[in-house]
Ligand binder design. Structure first.
Ligand code: CP
Ligand code: NVA
Length: 304
């Protein structure tokens, strides 16, 4: 069978409902999975820092009976002139899957093209599909499903937002990307996600007005205003994004049982207040835990 990658959410478009349910099942198994990945090694290449992605992938593969290999890209020959093509081909001879956190999605795509084993994105500048899977697992757990629910993403139209657009459209969740005009999500992804949503009877909406967007929201979501590699000065980001901060004023416009999400790391007092992160609507730490269960579902499906 041909190998499959998870570089963009849409690479596994047909599998998302199954992945969400598998992650929930694996969470219920509490680490007792019977070692389905015994003898398999996952290489994890990082070009950028990570706490959650690195640790949850390492623990996930260990609890599935396999082994994780952490690789700092700056210590690889690839960072000293070896081609991506040769690196991907050689690594495919040693290991069974590659988790890659890349600066540039073009390198990630090339890695996927030349590796003969599955390549799983641990984030690039365009998407963060494994984060979106953990997010959808959290929404299903907390809200019981996706249909008729309204997710409002506030702030920077970044990698996390782009993957949420695809995942929402695929699973039938209504999503509003509420971002400043200068920081909207990727236009092509927005268009493709809208087409998928049309087929699924759900809605993808762009907005620049947080007060209007948050009315009757079931889920409020935000991420950092300055992603890794973005050189926007903090003062400028604050100027661009301040009205998009998730605070109690915006939360009051949402439904009374609205949940608040953030992929973390958070910048308390910038995109979200401490009061909201630590408040009763926040599911942020359950969401972080779900990274582990989501990674397990992905690893099981792609490496088994
Ligand atoms: N949310 C997320 O991917 O966190 P890390 O950067 O810590 O992996
Ligand atoms: N948008 C953020 C996500 C971090 C997990 C970044 O790319 O830095």
């Amino acid at each position: 069978m041909a190998k499959r990658d998870l570089i963009s959410v849409v690479d596994m478009q047909d599998k998302w409902p199954e992945l969400v349910d598998l992650a929930i099942q694996m969470k219920q198994e509490r680490g007792n999975h019977g070692d389905p990945l015994a003898g398999k090694t996952l290489a994890m290449i990082f070009e950028k820092p990570s706490t959650r992605t690195r640790i949850s992938f390492d623990v996930a593969i260990t609890e599935l009976g396999g082994h994780a290999l952490y690789i700092d890209e700056s210590k690889m020959q690839m960072d000293h002139g070896e081609t991506v093509e040769d690196t991907a081909k050689v690594m495919s001879r040693f290991i069974h899957g590659i988790m890659y956190r890349a600066k540039d999605y073009k390198t990630m795509d090339k890695f996927g093209e030349f590796a003969s084993v599955p390549v799983i994105s641990g984030l690039d500048n365009l998407e963060h599909p494994c984060q979106a899977l953990a997010d959808m697992v959290t929404i299903k757990e907390k809200k019981g499903g996706f249909r008729g629910k309204k997710l409002v993403y506030l702030g920077d139209g970044n990698n996390v937002c782009n993957s949420l657009l695809y995942a929402s459209a695929i699973l039938g969740l209504d999503m509003v990307a509420c971002c400043p005009a200068v920081r909207m999500p990727n236009a092509e992804i927005m268009l493709k996600a809208s087409r998928i949503a049309d087929e699924n009877g759900s809605k993808i909406i762009a907005s620049h007005d947080p007060k209007e967007a948050c009315v009757d929201a079931d889920i409020l979501y935000t991420d950092t205003w300055i992603s890794m590699g973005d050189e926007t000065p903090v003062e400028e980001a604050v100027r661009i994004f301040k009205m998009y901060q998730i605070n109690s004023e915006l939360l009051d416009l949402a439904k009374p049982d609205c949940i608040v999400m953030h992929c973390l790391p958070a910048h308390r007092g910038q995109e979200i207040t401490s009061e909201v992160i630590d408040g009763q609507h926040s599911v942020i730490f359950d969401q972080a835990e779900n990274r582990l269960h989501a990674q397990k579902a992905v690893l099981y499906m792609l490496l088994k």
